[in-house]
Structures are given as C-alpha cells and as structure tokens.
Write a protein that binds this ligand. Sequence first.
Ligand code: ASP
Ligand code: MG
Length: 410
Amino acid sequence: MVIVQKYGGTSVGNAARIRRVCRRIAETVAAGHRVVAVVSAMGDTTDRLIELARRVSEAPPPRELDMLVANGETITAPLVAMCLQDRGVPAISLTGAQAGVRTSGHHSRARIKEIRPIRILNALGRGQVPVVAGFQGATEDFEITTLGRGGSDTTAVALAAALEADLCEIYTDVDGIMTADPRVVPEARLLSHISYEEILELAAVGARVMHPRAVEIGELYGVPIHVRSSFHRRPGTMVVSEVPMEDRKRVRGVAHDLSVAKVTVLGVPDRPGVAAAIFEPLSEAGISVDVIVQNVSSEGRTDLTFTVAEADLGRSLPLVEAAAAEIGAAGTSQAAGLAKVSLVGTGMLGTPGIAARMFRTLAEAGINIEMISTSEIRITCIVDRRRAEEAVRALHAAFELEQVPAGTPV
Ligand code: ASP
Ligand code: MG
C-alpha cells in the first residue's frame, strides 16, 4: 500500500518525539508499505514565529510572514529524514515547492492549485521515504506561500489524492474524533467512524478536529482518512463517506465553541439589499459571520442579529455601524461572553424530535437559549458562556452518547 502519514506539531514537538515518529515510519516501511511522511512545525513554533514577527513589525507584510513561518515545517522535515536514515531507512526531505505543491498567490491562505509529485514519485521509486514539509507551497513564480493555520492536514490529504494513496493517516495528540471534548465530558467516547460531512460540521462549530479544507479534498477524491494518536497504537477514527448502519440513526457528537459574540442591527428597514449592505463589508474584511437570525418585521422594520468569533468583534463593530447608518437602521447593539453548543449527526436527517429534545434538555438545566440555527445535520444553540460546558454535559447524557450503539464495530 501507499500510505501518507501526517504528523502534527505535538507529535514532532522535541527530539525524543521525532525519534518515536521515525520508529513508526520505519515499522510501516518494514511491513511492506511505501510511506510518504508529511510533517508540521515542531510544537508551537508557528505561534512563536508569528509572535516574533509582530515584535519587529506593526503589520508584517503577508509575503514576508509566509517566508518566515514556512520555516517551521522546513526545519522538521530534514530532522525526520536524517533520523530515518540513521535507523537505516532511506529518506529524503522536501519542501512544499520541491514536492510539487503549486498554490495560488494568496499569502497565509493560499489554495493548492495542483500537485506535480515528480520528486516524490522518484524518491518512492528509489525506495526512499519522502518527508514533505506540510503547510507550505509555492506559486508558479516560486513565491513561498502557506495554506492557513493547521494546513499540514491539507498538504497530506491533497498529496494522498494526487498519489492515489491507499490511506492517509493523520497522527495527532488526541485519540481520534470523540463524541465531545473529553476535558469537558469525561465520559466522551471515541467514534470508530465518522462521515466527511459530519466532521466538516464538527470543525465548523468549534470541535478541534481536522482542517476543514483537508476533509473537503478527502471527500472530493475519496481519500480514506484515519485520524489517530501518535502516542499509542490503538486505532482512531476512520473518516468515510458512509458510517456503519447502527451509527447513522443518532446524534454523533456535541461540539462547543467558547468564544462567540453577537451583534444586533436594530430597526432595519425591510427592503431588498439591506442584508447585503451589512454583510458584504464584513466578508470583504475576512470576518466570518455565523448564526444569523432575522426577526419577522413589524411596521416595515426588523432586527437582525448574527454571531462572530469574539476575537473579530472589535473589527466588526465599525463596519456594522457604518452599514447601519447607511441603510437607515435605528442602531446597533452587541454582547460578548457567549458560546455555541451544537449537536451533529447525519442521523438527524429523518429523525424527528432531536431539536425538541435538545431544547427540553437545556430548559431542564435552566439554560437560556439566545439564538438557534440548524443545518440538515446540525442544531446549534447560542448560550451564555458560563453555562456552556454544563450544557455540553447535559446533552451528552441526554442523547446517551457515552453508549456504544449496538452492532457497531468498536
Ligand atoms: N504549523 C502550522 C500551524 O501551526 C501548520 C500545521 O501545524 O498544520 O498552523
Ligand atoms: Mg501546528
């Protein structure tokens, strides 16, 4: 088999951990597989580099920032390659550019246009393990780019797609995808399978899982992805297009995000174009807007409330105030200190009563719901941040997520 193995920052956090990663790569090779390794920057290197840049420059130019932060991964790859060679495993490190990762020119959020894995294929042909620096690529003109925070996952899955690999293993510091954050819910259980759709919804509502763009590529090209721990050998979670039958009927997980703020535009005139006038400036500023609720209008006016990440609130307000004045709204108000609590599961499609049970559970715990939004496979409630973890525990218990569904392969 051809297996792409991606090792995250914690897994390669120091020399001892790099040696452990190399032991695992060597075992996979010894079992007769051809391995392509993709590595992240060691530990919190990326954060430290960004911090350093901010100390010498007010607003680091995106191009220079990419030239800087790409180095995190560029350091890990040769360390892994030399450690492998030391163990008698032929290996060669490659930067993103050398590996053929061609991207758009959008610094700090470049998109992969294509991968020409000539050097990877040559290395595999020579019996070497290519060790590729994740997160980075280059434009046609060899400008160095990065793919956005957490982007090594995207490198790995895109490479697996380009190489038509049999498997993409994402090695991380958690056991796999859990029914909830185990730091909040001690009974949280590891899911043996999850669908691409479910993992995308979980990532979108704050679960600490794979990079969403990696999942999208995985789904598009049908790459089998195994999210697992690099600290032990037990299997983690397989990301697949269809979860086993018994798992399909239910809620799969509860996710939460503790840094939510809301903005309300009051007395918005009820006519075409007002929502666009409010949201376009936000989108141009790269601020993503989440749950949006518009009330039924009375006397030609309505209130419009939406949430943003708390970190984006400061930047959002002047934009929203300007738009509100322009469209003749009555005013704006804001509140921070909120959280998002979401239930996710493809089983929600066609299972009535899940929303009602969610609201009942929160009511019984005395937790007020400020806003609600749904997708086909997700229900999200915005609640007071101070009650959020309690809400997660109550929902995990109410939907019996700690129990392994009968007939599920564990
Ligand atoms: N080192 C980059 C980051 O911390 C990319 C990654 O780890 O996937 O965001
Ligand atoms: Mg990282």
